[in-house]
Design a protein around this ligand. Structure first.
Ligand SMILES: NC(=O)c1ccc[n+]([C@@H]2O[C@H](COP(=O)([O-])OP(=O)(O)OC[C@H]3O[C@@H](n4cnc5c(N)ncnc54)[C@H](O)[C@@H]3O)[C@@H](O)[C@H]2O)c1
Length: 429
């Protein structure tokens, strides 16, 4: 297998062609590997076959170029998995309604692959998950094929560190951590990733690799909670947290800037730490930092609603009946990804208090119904205008930075420090 990888004679399968799986697949194609994309969503597999993108920050030209090489194939037919030498899995790992790990996507994927396994394959899980998933969930299902891990096939875990829309670091330039259950599995997985990324970092086990990802995301969740708490504290003291962070980050060591906001969003930071909390219980361990960070971060939309009331009050208005425009629905700047976006929580909370809420987002013209907020499905982005009583900035999209508060002429509550200048219309939250 190592020799075949060197000669680019392996077929690399990617299961789950979303924000993580698609760039990974393209990376292998661009390095000259034959690839097979597997997904349950025919919309995605068909778009890839046609050379068309379905993710905003990945241009169709890149997919068309990949399709033209003849190295890209995409299908929903899992029997094709048998042809693959290596299979990398990047399917969703959300929380269920009790905020426990939802393993159903990983389980379903392994069950779809199991009947089509053959000796010699490498199967790598990339989905973010709790330590033990590869050993306790993935391998037992795959072994129902009659093949034995470490002898007939190899399993590994390599966490995905993709940051969609980021331009300074790409899939290729972000080092990749990999852990496996056998030395041979680790050697093969490392060899494979060495072909596409600048550095592969081997660790002693799949568990260590799973834990690495959770450390990274817990670090972010805890630090974001810290600045959110400091924001509220400094605000009472009349100090602007944004000014303080800008000053603190001039220290060349021992400080890393994190920024406050209206709450956590996205597929990772609000979710992943709770995978660890859940698993820790099995060992009688508690994760107090994670719980505290979760508490602070989930209370942020309430703080924004309180600030909205305060600001409207300054203008002699009540929240009840106020027309409010939420600026930004995506959970982070310059993407079309609204998963777990705090803007939805703001919408719900503001509407519960009688406000009439609209949103604007250049990346999300219409809301697709989601499991958590099905009632917002179909709502459309509206233009920024003077008819609102208050505009609340909830996402720091690049285009918002050129807006001028005085030209808009409406009070603005800025949770992202997007509005520059000293207009009396600008308020912070
Ligand atoms: N999006 C990010 O920024 C990011 C970053 C790092 C890690 N991750 C992790 O990577 C994993 C994937 O995240 P994503 O953002 O790419 O998700 P996504 O929802 O964008 O993509 C997942 C894909 O898996 C497909 N899928 C679902 N069930 C399947 C099945 N049974 N068989 C085949 N395909 C199936 C879906 O149709 C979808 O195309 C998650 O564990 C996530 O936590 C995401």
């Amino acid at each position: 297998m190592i020799d075949k990888i060197d000669k680019k004679e392996v077929l690399v399968g990617i299961v789950g062609l979303g924000y993580v799986g698609l760039p990974l697949l393209l990376c292998f194609v661009e390095k000259g590997f034959k690839t097979l994309g597997l997904d349950i969503d025919t919309r995605k597999t068909e778009a890839l076959q046609r050379g068309v993108s379905y993710i905003r920050h990945i241009p169709s030209s890149r997919i068309a170029a990949a399709a033209k090489t003849g190295l890209l194939r995409a299908t929903t037919d899992f029997s094709a998995a048998r042809e693959c030498d290596a299979i990398l899995i990047a399917v969703p790992t959300p929380l269920n309604k009790n905020r426990e790990p939802d393993m159903s996507f990983i389980v379903a994927t392994c069950e779809s692959l199991m009947p089509h396994m053959r000796p010699g394959q490498l199967i790598v899980l990339e989905s973010t998950t709790y330590p033990g998933t590869t050993d306790e969930v993935m391998i037992p299902i795959l072994e129902r094929s009659g093949l034995k891990e470490g002898r007939d096939f190899y399993a590994a875990f390599s966490p995905e560190r993709e940051d969609p829309s980021r331009t300074d670091f790409t899939t290729e330039t972000i080092p990749k951590v990999v852990g496996a259950t056998s030395p041979h599995g680790l050697a093969i997985a490392k060899k494979l990733y060495d072909q596409i990324v600048i550095q592969t970092v081997p660790v002693s086990s799949a568990r260590a690799a799973e834990a690495t990802k959770l450390l990274e995301n817990t670090f972010r969740a805890v630090n974001i909670a810290l600045v959110n708490e400091l924001k509220m504290t400094f605000m009472r003291m009349g100090i602007d947290i944004w000014e303080v962070i800008a000053a603190a980050k001039t220290k060349p060591f021992g400080f890393m800037p994190f920024y406050p906001g209206p709450g956590l969003g996205g597929h990772c930071i609000p979710i992943d730490p709770f995978y660890l909390t859940w698993k820790a219980r099995e060992y009688g361990a508690t994760t107090k930092f994670i719980e505290l960070a979760g508490e602070i971060n989930t209370s942020m939309p309430d703080f924004v609603v309180y600030r909205a009331m305060e600001v409207l009050n300054e203008y002699g208005k009540a929240l009840k009946g106020a027309r409010i425009l939420l600026l930004g629905l995506a959970y982070k700047p310059n993407v079309d990804d609204d998963r777990e976006s705090p803007t939805y929580h703001l919408m719900e909370k503001l509407e519960a208090k009688g406000a009439v809420v609209s949103y604007h987002d250049p990346y999300i013209p219409v809301i697709k119904p989601t499991r958590e907020f099905p009632h917002y499905g179909g709502r459309r982005s509206v233009p920024v205008g003077k008819e609102f009583d208050l505009i609340v900035v909830s996402t720091g999209h690049e285009e918002y930075k050129s807006l001028d508060a005085d030209t808009i002429g409406v009070p603005i509550l800025d949770t992202r420090n997007v509005f520059a200048g000293a207009s009396p219309l600008i308020h912070k939250a």
